[in-house]
Design a protein around this ligand. Structure first.
Ligand SMILES: NC(=O)c1ccc[n+]([C@@H]2O[C@H](COP(=O)([O-])OP(=O)(O)OC[C@H]3O[C@@H](n4cnc5c(N)ncnc54)[C@H](O)[C@@H]3O)[C@@H](O)[C@H]2O)c1
Length: 337
């Protein structure tokens, strides 16, 4: 039995409590939140879980094997560091930390202590992403040329992170999971309409050494909610619309061939091919339960999870470079791997 303590019972924490409660071989012993009204809600819903106001109550509890952190991003690093130092396995909500240096330090600390450090990139456990991974690996899309994602709605303005740090971790983690190659650089632009220096609209382009490119459009200020990802291969293309209740993925047997005109060398001749659209069956399971099971099973089996800390670090590398690019008006910023 793995005993866990969860820090943060705000918007996302209750989802973690519900799912970890449902994992076989896992017991949620304590939940910490500084706001007593949240703890009142906890005791109403889960009378058997002890609510505590201080995270140290969880850190210092010798019966707790693993700590789950669902607090604002700037608190991830100090809380995760303390938990690792106290010998606990750690699961951190996305994004892993506020900087590459912090993420690298936590990964080294977890390694040194022989503990599991994991980040919750929930989307990797959805039926849709699992299906896209299988389709890409089957090779039917051909060579993947681009990934383009739009994640916009009238979103909650975050006080401490911009819209890319809030929304793009989903897109970047999916991208890194589906496409083995890592970007060499980014260009990002964004704007704040609130005067506090925190961008509420941002556009991020990831550049690769091959002819693959990725682009994300993230906004908290759209009147409509869009969750749409396109993945283009040179044989077939995927449209992933996460707002569709069941038909989340459509595979278009659509493509094009091009050749250069023999006489006029700078003229490209393009042949379009528009074929069938195929809707594969996507398993509609709760992704967060899959994530929670992966965490507990990896602690027990000393394995690395799908949503591992290295993947989390790669997400932070892109986000950190995007900050620098936005501040310099969209300049290309290289990423060190
Ligand atoms: N995986 C996902 O899809 C997903 C979705 C939403 C949020 N998140 C992530 O979850 C984390 C929390 O987001 P949220 O929207 O729930 O935030 P929130 O502000 O609604 O909740 C955070 C809670 O943590 C508590 N808290 C903060 N510091 C604490 C401390 N030191 N000790 C005890 N309690 C503390 C606050 O009182 C608050 O109730 C963020 O990292 C966010 O990115 C992930």
């Amino acid at each position: 039995m793995i005993t866990v303590g969860i820090i943060g019972y705000g918007y996302w924490g209750p989802n973690l409590v519900r799912n970890f409660q449902a994992v076989n071989g896992c017991k949620v012993k304590k939940v910490a939140d500084g706001r007593t009204e949240r703890l009142q809600l906890l005791s109403k819903n889960y009378p058997n879980i002890e609510g505590v106001t201080s995270a140290s109550d969880i850190m210092d509890d010798n019966e707790i094997d693993a700590v789950i952190i669902a607090t604002p991003v700037f608190t991830h690093y100090p809380l995760a560091k303390e938990a690792l130092q106290k010998g606990k396995h750690v699961l951190v909500e996305k994004p892993l930390t506020s900087s590459v240096a912090e993420a690298e330090e936590l990964i080294a600390l977890a390694d040194e202590k022989g503990l599991l450090l994991m980040v919750d990139h929930t989307f990797l456990y959805t039926g849709a992403v699992q299906k896209m991974k299988a389709v890409i690996e089957s090779g039917t899309l051909g060579k993947i040329k681009y990934l383009d994602s739009t994640r916009i709605n009238l979103g909650l303005f975050q006080p401490d992170i911009n819209v890319l740090w809030d929304l793009a971790p989903h897109d970047i983690s999916i991208l890194n999971y589906l496409i083995g190659e890592r970007p060499v650089s980014v260009n990002a632009t964004g704007i704040t309409h609130t005067g506090n220096g925190i961008e509420n609209i941002a556009y991020l382009t990831l550049n690769y050494s091959s002819d693959f490119i990725a682009h994300f459009n993230c906004s908290w200020t759209s009147p409509v909610k869009v969750r749409m990802m396109l993945i283009g291969g040179d044989q077939q293309m995927i449209v992933f619309n996460d707002l569709e209740p069941t038909e989340k993925i459509k595979i278009y047997d659509t493509g094009y061939d091009h050749k250069i005109d023999e006489e006029e060398k700078n003229r490209i001749m393009v042949d379009y091919r528009i074929g069938d659209v195929y809707v594969p069956k996507v398993e509609l399971k709760e992704a967060l339960l899959g994530m929670a099971n992966d965490f507990i099973s990896c602690i027990n089996n000393k394995k690395q999870p799908v949503s591992n800390a290295i993947l989390g670090l790669d997400v932070i590398k892109v986000l950190e470079a995007s900050n620098e690019s936005i501040k310099s008006g969209g300049k290309e910023v290289l990423i060190n791997h």
